[in-house]
Design a protein around this ligand. Structure first.
Ligand SMILES: Nc1ncnc2c1ncn2[C@@H]1O[C@H](COP(=O)(O)OP(=O)(O)O)[C@@H](O)[C@H]1O
Ligand SMILES: [Mg+2]
Length: 217
């Protein structure tokens, strides 16, 4: 499902953000990318979302060479992916409902479908009571839950998450990790970047990164 072959990434000819990174992630796997700040985790996720191109090496997504895709191909591919940004990127002035529904509107879904789907996901995330609140007024854990359901509302095959529990307290982090666990059980392929080993990730495979390189643990 995801193959990286000898991928290196150099920003502005300075130091390597990634160096000779090779690994594969199979359909349905849950994989943690673990490493300290500056290890290259965000760069790796961006490459997997075709937001950045490798300086060297090959990336295959859904059996296709990402380096050879045109703009419209990349857009089409992203419809099968979800991305959770480290800083959530919700629209603070919009309601929870509008934040989640926006992508389905862009995809041209009917208003009846959108209403049903948004409520279904809010229930799944335990957020029904927050539906008409301003996203900016939610707690960190609630914002992360909204960010997750916004990223999976279109039922992607691959979900990429950048430090999704890094800024949450233990209870909120456990709730979010349980959402990932339920997605994993349902068959979604998950790639989750984290700067610390969490006690809640025993269901995941771990790839450790340090200064852009894969290291043995
Ligand atoms: N857009 C960018 N331009 C230049 N350097 C960058 C950029 N993004 C990341 N870097 C550098 O690449 C390295 C890896 O960064 P990053 O992928 O953000 O690591 P992590 O997410 O593990 O903290 C760091 O040295 C960082 O300064
Ligand atoms: Mg990062």
């Amino acid at each position: 499902m995801i193959i990286l072959q000898a991928v290196s990434k150099l920003y502005h000819d300075s130091t390597y953000a990634l160096r000779d990174v090779t690994f594969q992630i199979s359909r349905g796997e849950c994989c943690f990318i673990l490493g300290p700040s500056g290890a290259g985790k965000t760069t790796l996720l961006k490459i997997l979302h075709a937001m950045e191109r490798p300086s060297k090496g090959q990336v295959y997504l859904f059996e296709r060479d990402a380096g050879k895709l045109s703009g419209p191909d990349i857009q089409a591919l992203r419809q099968h992916m979800g991305f959770i940004f480290q800083d959530y990127r919700l629209v603070d002035d919009w309601t929870v409902y509008d934040n989640i529904a926006a992508i389905l509107q862009i995809l041209g879904k009917s208003s009846g479908y959108i209403r049903k789907r948004v409520w279904q996901m809010l229930k799944w995330a335990g957020l029904q009571h927050k539906v008409y609140e301003r996203a900016g007024d939610l707690s960190g854990g609630e914002r992360q839950r909204v960010a997750i359901i916004r990223a999976i509302i279109h039922d992607p095959d691959i979900l990429l998450a950048d430090e999704p529990v890094g800024s949450l307290d233990d209870a909120a982090a456990r709730f979010v990790m349980n959402m990932f666990y339920r997605l994993h059980r349902k068959g979604t392929t998950l790639v989750i970047a984290s700067h610390r080993e969490d006690p809640f990730i025993d269901f995941a495979r771990v790839i450790s990164l340090d200064r852009g390189m894969i290291v043995n643990r």
